[in-house]
Design a protein around this ligand. Structure first.
Ligand SMILES: [Zn+2]
Length: 134
């Protein structure tokens, strides 16, 4: 049943109960101030449940950012990185040197990328439980 509800939500774009649009906007503004010299603030930012192959996406023409609901529950510094990454795309659309330069001031860029790679790997392998030791 839970599975079915999940699938229905994904299909019909139901906003999950999480940080609302206003809170996300404030978070984005604060991150932009801290790391992007105030640039890259989106006009709209929100959670979506239809994004299953990407963590997030940005549309520079509309200055909009969509975050996958699968990021919910991840550490704040990982979600902050994803928000910063998408805001950087509002300044520089492609993954070129200028784009990555925008993210160098954020101290957790490298570890956040590694965290997301690990999460994607685990999802592909259907690894659910966390090992006690490694
Ligand atoms: Zn990107």
């Amino acid at each position: 049943m839970e599975r079915m509800v999940e699938r229905m939500s994904a299909k019909y774009l139901v906003q999950p109960a999480a940080e609302g649009e206003t809170a996300l906007r404030r978070r984005a503004e604060s991150l932009a101030r801290q790391y992007l010299g105030g640039r890259g603030v989106p006009a709209t930012i929100g959670w979506v449940t239809n994004q299953t192959t990407r963590w997030a996406s940005a549309t520079p023409a509309h200055r909009s950012i969509r975050l996958s609901h699968r990021l919910q529950g991840m550490p704040a510094w990982v979600v902050d990185y994803v928000i910063l990454h998408e805001m950087a795309h509002l300044i520089e659309p492609s993954h070129n040197a200028a784009f990555w330069d925008l993210l160098t001031s954020y101290p957790s860029t490298g570890t956040a990328k590694a965290f997301l790679d690990g999460a994607a790997f685990a999802a592909h392998r259907n690894l659910t439980g966390a090992p006690e030791e490694y």
